[in-house]
Design a protein around this ligand. Structure first.
Ligand SMILES: *Cc1c(COP(=O)(O)O)cnc(C)c1O
Length: 393
């Protein structure tokens, strides 16, 4: 083994010793409420498949149709010869759906967040970021030359303090960056308060709405719509509620999108989305726009599931989002619970430090519209049994 490989082996064994090794298991069925894993049927409570569209026949048909009509790949970035009619159509649909002037698509929201700050904000400007923002926002901010400020998660007093500090430091433009929904806790950003502070201090508002688009707010238009405010810049994904495949976007004013098409590096130097993904994205938006029944089922499931967990004696975090964290505290206990649940046919994921603070280990469950009441009763019984067996209850 080379010195370098020995060095990496040391790091890997340290990860193993700390109990932090993540293991991947192959799912052999389509993504759904019920999945096959290593020959076993399991109930899946940890996908971002909020509306159950990942195996939806209409999305599959749209993707197959586009494969036949538009081929497999673009073999180009957008500005050379990678822009197809379906890219333009998807971007237009996204902008309309989100109530924004224009939209621009990326290979993923990770890329969209990596793309958005650097071309728009320079050394004279300031970015004020929520402490619990997604890794891709943090990385995107690092790529920009703007001055960086951070406020404690959802702490409006701290945000106001940071706004004042950025102004006092002479910032030209200030942008506040926040997740619409914080994915470890399932809590919504206080966008009404944040928008008011932004207006008061003449700052812009950027919201990453990955865990909301499609199911939070009227017609699933997202957290800003839910809070009755407008974001100046909205980023999001096709990889969660909108079918769960791949693809990200930024929606904003004409000028913002026009400049991003000229300067955003993940857009200029990375391949265009496959036509089938664009076609299925449009089909997903068609379903979502008329999907009040799916959203009703999702939130009915969420209320039922929260109640079942709390009745069994588990501690959850308060909220209405389909992310329902079961708080266990101890990392080992979270892992034991996840392992017991696995044996009982329930697929969940334990989260512990460094993903969440020390002592706040949890199992993050996520509801979706395809789960039935029977599924949830079965899952609740498994949680209760695993809770008794591991001492969590
Ligand atoms: C999932 C997620 C992303 C990344 O989205 P991809 O399209 O999978 O790259 C970015 N931000 C937040 C808040 C997310 O939850």
């Amino acid at each position: 083994m080379s010195d370098f490989d020995t060095h990496l082996t040391d790091i890997l064994s340290q990860i193993e010793t700390e109990g932090l090794m993540k293991r991947e298991r192959a799912v052999t069925s389509p993504q759904s409420a019920h999945i096959d894993v290593a020959g076993r049927e399991m109930l899946n409570l940890c996908a971002n498949n909020y509306l159950g569209l990942a195996d939806d026949a209409r999305l599959i048909a749209a993707a197959k149709g586009a494969l036949d009509s538009h081929g497999f790949g673009m073999a180009s970035v957008r500005f050379i010869c990678g822009t197809g009619e379906l890219h333009a159509a998807l971007e237009k649909r996204l902008a309309t759906f989100l109530g924004m002037e224009e939209a621009i698509t990326f290979a993923a929201c990770f890329d969209a967040n990596g793309a958005v700050f650097e071309p728009l904000f320079s050394a004279e400007d300031a970015i004020i970021s929520d402490a619990l923002n997604h890794a891709s926002i943090i990385d995107g901010i690092r790529l920009s030359k703007a001055k960086r400020y951070r406020f404690a998660n959802c702490d409006m007093d701290d945000l106001e303090q940071q706004l004042k500090t950025a102004r006092a430091d002479g910032a030209r433009f200030i942008v506040i960056a926040t997740d619409g929904v914080f994915s470890m806790d399932g809590t919504l950003a206080k966008l009404r308060d944040i928008r008011a502070l932004a207006d008061q201090h003449e700052a812009l508002l950027m919201v990453d709405d990955c865990h909301a688009t499609g199911f939070i707010g009227p017609k699933g238009a997202g957290t800003p719509a839910h809070c009755g405010v407008k974001a100046d810049i909205l980023t999001g994904t096709l990889g969660k509620a909108l079918g769960g495949a791949i693809g990200g976007y930024i929606a904003a004013s004409k000028q913002v999108v026009a400049l991003l098409r000229q300067r955003a590096r993940p857009y200029l130097f990375s391949n265009a989305l496959p036509p089938m993904v664009c076609a299925a994205g449009i089909a997903a938006l068609d379903i979502v726009e008329t999907g009040d029944d799916l959203r009703a089922k999702l939130f009915e499931n969420t209320a039922y599931w929260r109640n079942a967990l709390e009745t069994a004696g588990f501690q959850t975090l308060p909220g209405e989002h389909p992310i329902v964290p079961v708080m266990l505290g101890d990392a080992r206990l979270a892992q034991d619970m996840a392992a017991r649940l696995d044996a009982l046919g329930v697929y969940v994921s334990g989260f512990f430090f460094p993903v969440v603070p020390k002592g706040k280990a949890r199992i993050r469950t996520q509801m979706n519209a395809s789960l039935t009441t029977d599924d949830l009763d079965r899952a609740a019984a498994a949680f209760a049994q695993a809770g008794r067996e591991t001492g969590a209850l």
